[in-house]
Design a protein around this ligand. Sequence first.
Ligand code: GUN
Length: 285
Amino acid sequence: MTAQIIDGKALAEKLRQGFKARVEALTAKGHKPGLVVILVGADPASEVYVRNKVNGCLAIGMHSEKITYEATVDQATVLAKIAELNADPNIHGILVQLPLPGHFDEEAVLEAIAADKDVDGFHAENVGALAQGNPRFIPCTPYGVMKMFEQGGVDLSGKEAVVIGRSNIVGKPMALLLINAGATVTVCNSRTRDLAGHTRRADILVAAVGKAKFVTADMVKPGAVVIDVGINRLPDGKLCGDVDFDGCQAVAGQITPVPGGVGPMTITMLLANTIEAAERKAAAA
Ligand code: GUN
């Protein structure tokens, strides 16, 4: 058996084309969606992500700008900028790229973003709303994965789902979304005892552990849907997911590649969240 590949790049492109009309309609009503991305420091990977986020907005007619600070900037300066953006009627989404330098209190920064502009869905209010099954902003990566299930016709109700990874950005919100969709969810991590015993029962397996080729074919249930959230760089410079794609492709029913899988969906759902924020604002005006 060779797994069907879930093409995140194609789905992302299709969704982004569909966003253009919504952006145009909002712009015509004076609510052009606007996203500000704040980057502290010069981490090369973060710089690439931030550039892709800003360019993704501009490509579909949204407003977007990047604000960068030296890694040594003090937290108060960034908090003052967030307060200014919270009050700016032309800005609908504010994103602070993570990780922040060590002297920052990450939670304090995320909580400073107005909950109705928190397009990452990381504010405690938005995390709480998701946990209660009534989400306002869904964190972009797990949101993208849910869209991929939808596209692949994957019915989650009653299924065994295993998430490897427990981060606030992916693992935890992914688990909540799967619970809300009626799956039976197990959240593992790299130190879980008998990890393969868990993963081999999974109809749906989401790998978000940050270790190259961590999930091998012997860990996958035949016919399972395997979602690879990992982006790891190999010593030869090539990108590689958390899943051993070549091996697992022979066992899984559906699988996402890296690159071209979850990655393009993450930014797509950031655009979706920002457009949604602008639509809510327009509806309330
Ligand atoms: N760093 C890695 N992923 C993300 C994300 O989804 N949002 C933010 N703000 N930072 C990140």
